[in-house]
Design a protein around this ligand. Sequence first.
Ligand SMILES: Cc1cc2nc3c(=O)[nH]c(=O)nc-3n(C[C@H](O)[C@H](O)[C@H](O)COP(=O)(O)OP(=O)(O)OC[C@H]3O[C@@H](n4cnc5c(N)ncnc54)[C@H](O)[C@@H]3O)c2cc1C
Length: 239
Amino acid sequence: MPLSTYSARCTAHRKIAHDVYEFTLATPKGFSFQAGQFVMFLVPLVDNPADVQGRAFSIASAPSEPELLFVAKIKEGGRAGRWIAEMLKAGDDVKFQGPLGNFTLAPAGKEQRLLFLATCSGIAPLRSQMLEALRQGDKRMMDMAFCVRTEEDLFWTKELAAIAQEYPNVHVHVSLSQPSSGWKGLTGHVQDIASRVITDLPERSIYVCGGPEMVKAVRIKAEQEWKIPKQRIHSEDYV
Ligand SMILES: Cc1cc2nc3c(=O)[nH]c(=O)nc-3n(C[C@H](O)[C@H](O)[C@H](O)COP(=O)(O)OP(=O)(O)OC[C@H]3O[C@@H](n4cnc5c(N)ncnc54)[C@H](O)[C@@H]3O)c2cc1C
């Protein structure tokens, strides 16, 4: 079936960390998705807007939220990066195709204890999955390990803390891989944090999202050290 193309109004756009932006779109009529899926934005070149190419972005909002939320880590000089940082603003209409992908949460009967592992904007589909499950009354144990490089790269930590406060089955672990000397929280890469703070790793189902190197490292560790069967390791690479 051909993919539908939607036009959506950007309702908010702001920088939330060093090189990280979030923006929201009014959900276009007829568009629906499953938590964890992504869309393909038709991204204009800043210097020649008639030149358009697709770029994938995960939907960070839960399907039950009223608007579509996105978070973008800007790669300097990149097409989507320049579009989001230099051109896009509230009030603009944007085009996308989708929904796409099958990085979705297995039902409660199949998987009992969940571990979400994210670096930077890789948190997008995991936020959607976790929030939607919680809103549907999912009582499974859920841990979210979220790692960025430095304090300047942190975002959404207040919201994550509020979710953990509201839902007793959720625990959030925020870590920096290159902290300043003043940082009092967890340090290290996301897979090292999981090894340190999760005591029942072989029982977990893993949902991991971020750059391909991190995802590969997590998959190897999960299979070889944590002894998690392949079918309970789910990942999305931001290539
Ligand atoms: C399923 C999926 C979901 C995704 N979801 C998200 C998400 O939610 N959030 C997110 O931040 N990212 C996400 N990504 C990544 C995103 O799609 C883009 O790959 C990313 O934003 C970079 O795109 P870009 O157009 O800015 O860079 P591109 O234009 O694709 O360039 C990539 C890199 O190459 C460099 N480059 C480009 N042209 C040249 C040149 N001529 N010479 C030298 N260097 C050059 C750029 O500087 C940049 O660093 C996702 C990817 C996938 C596959």
